[in-house]
Structure formats: structure tokens, C-alpha cells
Design a protein around this ligand. Structure first.
Ligand code: DX5
Length: 226
């Protein structure tokens, strides 16, 4: 993760984080390597339990598998109920950053502190209808806020147009926290979110589903925000 000036606006470059939900799972290792070669800054594993979101995806063993094929930081985005039950498994599997949904636990502070005790960075993701005010007390303890720019659960959804305003309101609450966005991010929407203050862009279908391939998908986003 790029260093940040103490107390000042983040000057870190825009980071592109392909999320594997839209990857070809039969070729996951190759596709992760291809994304890394094409300049991906991190890889995100979209973890879903079929309860917090109406979809069921990956567990710690997929983090372990991806850890074996790349040196890139790995984010485990836990879109699951009771994430505290699984953070140890994801940390042990090699997640660099573990993100929990602010809506998913009644003990967010304890969960965030446990993530850090386990040696991972802690992030909090916030759904589209959840007010930014719910982040206020946890902000000083986390590295990253993931502003969901779709309702989580599936790849390929439409970017929620009001998201840039929400990003600006998170930035107004903290000059230091890294702002990530997740959902519907492509060459068209990337400039909107970066202008609003996001520096970490999760992209699934616009990378793994790009007609000219993974590298073209990453390059299209990168050139849209330089
Ligand atoms: C939650 C998933 C998606 C995914 C990005 O629904 O976690 O947000 O990462 O999917 P795309 O980039 O295809 O919208």
C-alpha cells in the first residue's frame, strides 16, 4: 500500500484492484498472473456467504491459492454475516487487508482490532444505502473505507450515479483514510470516483470481462485516470 503523508490528502497514485468474482475460475491462477503482469496493484477476493448477500462464493482456501501465484497484496472483502468468526482463517490464508461490512457486525471495533492483531490491515466497506456517519468512530482505526458503488452480491452491475457525492462526504470526514470503490468501475466511471477522492478502484467485469483481455481492461482504466 502506498505511504500517505501524515494528516494530509493522500498523494498515492490510483491503484487498480481486479476482483476475481468475474474471473474464469477454471483458469484463476493464470488470470491472476496476467492481471499482475498488466499492472494490477492488488487482487480482491469477493467473499460472500449467501446470507449477507444473495450469493455464495469463495473461502480462505481461495486466498491461499491466490497467495501461491502472486506477490501482490490480497484483499479479502468479507460480504458475510458475523465476519469475526472468519477473520483468523482469512488472515492465516494470507490476506494482506481484510474488509468487513459496517452492517455485518455489532462489534466492529473488536473485529477491526482483531484483524490488526492478526497482522493484516483493516478496512470497512459501506453499502449504498448506509449513511457515512456510521463510519465516524471507526475511521481512526482503519486503513481503508470501501464505498460500495453497487449493492454487493454480483459482478457486472450498474454504477450508482450518486456515489461520487458519497465519496466526497467520506473524504470530508477523514483526510487520511484510503478510499476504495467497488462496483461498476470501468474507464467511464473511474474518472468520476477519482475526482471525488477515491484512490483504490476495484474492478471485476471491466477487467476479467474485457473484450480485448485482462491487460486491455486494466490499461483502459489506468489511462482514464492519469
Ligand atoms: C460485490 C462484488 C463486486 C465486484 C466488482 O458485488 O464484490 O462489486 O467486486 O464487480 P464489477 O466490477 O463487475 O461491478
Amino acid at each position: 500500500m502506498a505511504d500517505r503523508p501524515r494528516g494530509g490528502r493522500q498523494l498515492s497514485k490510483v491503484e487498480i484492484v481486479p476482483s476475481i468474482l468475474s474471473a474464469d475460475i477454471t483458469k484463476l491462477g493464470e488470470q491472476v498472473k496476467e492481471a499482475a503482469r498488466a499492472g494490477a496493484d492488488r487482487i480482491q477476493i469477493d467473499v460472500m456467504d449467501g446470507h449477507f448477500v444473495p450469493n455464495l462464493t469463495f473461502g480462505p482456501m481461495v486466498v491461499e491459492a491466490v497467495r501461491r501465484v502472486t506477490e501482490l497484496p490480497i484483499e479479502a472483502h468479507l460480504m458475510i454475516d458475523n465476519p469475526e468468526l472468519f477473520i483468523e482463517a482469512f488472515a492465516k490464508a494470507g490476506a494482506t487487508l481484510i474488509e468487513v461490512q459496517v452492517e455485518s457486525t455489532t462489534s466492529l471495533y473488536r473485529t477491526v482490532m482483531r484483524i490488526k492483531e492478526l497482522g493484516a490491515k483493516a478496512g470497512v466497506a459501506i453499502n449504498p444505502a448506509t449513511p457515512v456517519e456510521t463510519l465516524r468512530e471507526i475511521l481512526p482505526f482503519i486503513t481503508t473505507v470501501n464505498v460500495m458503488t453497487v449493492e454487493p452480491g454480483f459482478g457486472g452491475q450498474k454504477f450508482i450515479a450518486s456515489s461520487p457525492d458519497k465519496i466526497r462526504r467520506v473524504r470530508a470526514m477523514s483526510a487520511d483514510v484510503e478510499i476504495e470503490v467497488d462496483g461498476g468501475i470501468d474507464a467511464k466511471t473511474a474518472p468520476l470516483v477519482v475526482k471525488a477522492g477515491a484512490t483504490v478502484l476495484v474492478a471485476g467485469s471491466s477487467v476479467f470481462g474485457h473484450k480485448q483481455g485482462i491487460g486491455a481492461g486494466i490499461r483502459a482504466i489506468r489511462s482514464a485516470v492519469v
